[in-house]
Ligand binder design. Structure first.
Ligand SMILES: Cc1cc2nc3c(=O)[nH]c(=O)nc-3n(C[C@H](O)[C@H](O)[C@H](O)COP(=O)(O)OP(=O)(O)OC[C@H]3O[C@@H](n4cnc5c(N)ncnc54)[C@H](O)[C@@H]3O)c2cc1C
Length: 211
């Protein structure tokens, strides 16, 4: 039995996302000609173009013209527990791939440690050891993992790949960073926000931490 921390890792993001969003948005206003760049720099590295694109995208955000953000995507690898993953996959406008308890057989069970009092911790640890023993016994008795999994707890570690467009990430973050969200999903989504705020797309997410 091992206890692990939750973790969010960015796997992939649309290249030059702000320039792409500007390109898509300018079609609406037929102002693509404003994107002409006379500087001989590789795409995405001209400071003047980035400044113009950011100004344009800021205007889209202010107008609430958020559908244009749907052209850019980010894919994250998330490590969390089964309870939190169940909340995450309620978000429908995303693509997911998740570790399967039907096909994966656990010898050593990884779990995410919940916030519990020192007083309850010994009982919690005992219960988890018992869970691990029962699971191992069921597997030794020849039960396939898809049946033995019934005894596994909500705090079982799971891994998900989650892809969503920027508009949907904004929606998810606004719900899951809120004080009313579960502390564990909040903490995981703060990791996601932190990564996005340090990415090329930071300006799309800065307003989420302004209140
Ligand atoms: C604090 C908190 C507590 C919660 N408690 C519970 C609970 O007790 N029980 C429970 O069952 N769930 C609970 N949820 C989950 C919640 O009800 C939503 O299922 C979840 O947050 C997914 O968000 P969403 O529905 O906004 O949209 P997403 O699936 O993320 O979709 C994004 C947006 O697309 C639009 N959309 C998507 N699908 C449709 C559709 N079919 N029709 C119309 N518009 C659509 C909506 O505008 C939606 O906001 C809770 C969520 C939070 C944040």
């Amino acid at each position: 039995m091992n206890f692990m921390e939750q973790q969010a890792t960015l796997l992939s993001m649309t290249p030059n996302p702000i320039l792409l969003i500007e390109r898509c948005g300018r079609v609406c206003y037929k102002s693509e000609n404003r994107m002409k760049c006379d500087h001989q720099t590789p795409t995405g590295s001209c400071p003047e173009c980035l400044y113009r694109a950011k100004t344009f995208v800021r205007r889209l955000l202010k107008l609430g013209h958020e559908s244009v953000l749907e052209h850019a995507h980010a894919t994250f690898h998330l490590i969390t527990d089964r309870g939190i993953s169940h909340e995450i996959v309620r978000h429908r406008l995303c693509s997911y791939s998740q570790e399967s308890t039907r096909y994966c057989k656990y010898n050593d069970i990884d779990m995410i440690m919940p916030e519990i009092s020192d007083h309850t911790k010994p009982l919690f640890d005992d219960t988890m050891r018992q869970v691990e023993n029962t699971y191992s016994q069921m597997i030794s008795d020849g039960m396939p993992p898809q049946y033995a999994r019934s005894v596994l707890p909500n705090c079982l570690k799971t891994e998900l790949i989650m892809t969503a467009n920027f508009r949907q990430w904004r929606h998810i973050l606004s719900l899951r960073l809120d004080d009313g969200a579960h502390p564990q999903i909040r903490s995981l989504m703060f990791q996601v926000l932190d990564i996005l705020l340090n990415s090329e797309a930071s300006m799309v997410f800065t307003d989420l931490c302004s209140s």
